[in-house]
Write a protein that binds this ligand. Sequence first.
Ligand SMILES: *Cc1c(COP(=O)(O)O)cnc(C)c1O
Length: 363
Amino acid sequence: MSALDFTQTSTARRVDDDERTRILAEPGFGRYYTDFMVHARWTLEDGWGGAEIVPFGPVQLSPAAAVLHYGQEIFEGLKAFRHADGSVWTFRPERNAERMQRSARRLALPELPAGDFLSSLMAITAADEPWVPEATSEESLYLRPFMFASEEFLGVRASHCVDYYVIASPAGPYFPRGVQPLVVWISDEYARAGAGGTGAAKCGGNYASSLLAKREAAENGADEVMFLDSETHSSIDELSGMNVFAVTADGRLLTPSLTGSILEGVTRESILRLAADRGLEVIEQQLVMSEVLGQIDRGEITEMFAAGTAAVINPIGELRARGGSWTVGDGGSGEVTLALRTELTDIQYGRIPDRHGWLTRLV
Ligand SMILES: *Cc1c(COP(=O)(O)O)cnc(C)c1O
């Protein structure tokens, strides 16, 4: 198969320099988009083709496009980081490329070759280079590759036409007021994934099914929702978009093992490695919620945190459920949590050596 060639068909900027400067001063998260987007199309007859870079803007779809009815859609999320010398890098994109292929298989979508995935990231970052924030604080250009069933067909089967896009959005520090511990609501009613389902795929449907639980969390004064396994509602799966970790007083780092209903986070995998490097005993196992709450009460678990690309590492200060609430450690940001967070972001921004070879240069 020939590799996709994402050549820029337009060079006209959508947003002028002054407006972009104003946006980059306070971008927030997911509120503003760059000048361009990457597009390619797959058809059953011809495979992948039609690679292009076009101005960011609305996508035309038939009202009968399969994705609007049956939700055949997957996505990825990565960041482009500006280093002090002006170069732009991303973090372990090959892991995202592989995960997008696994998600595609599960959703009966076509696999995008890893080389094309990487060249699409390079293409949009090069086209939108002025949008990559200076590395003054924790800012980045968030990259969102996604693909969906675009065939005009209401019959139920895998779509014969699929569109792939990459859009980009400048992201400010995820915590404008510094790292704030989360209050996490334990959902006893809803699950995000079940055995044989799509929990390990990064698909929009998983997020759709998490929103009601997230609203319930908000109604109970919590920032996020923690899902338990769907079968017994007794062991920890993950949050709606972040993996979960616990640190024990005797130097262990615990995280739920990958059971098929948990999304395999790139941040998760990287944290396990950095923690092992620091001499923590890393344990992937079933984490029974009642046992975890007991360990928090007895002071055996001293820190908990959530991890994903957007927030990197987010301390969990309190767990809340219908039956009560549990303060983790002193309710603040734990020492191990912050040390891991600092090390990971220092690698991403090129402030310390990339000893595991995790960075790929984009521009
Ligand atoms: C994307 C995602 C994560 C985090 O994955 P990263 O690769 O670390 O960004 C965790 N859980 C869910 C459900 C996700 O969709």
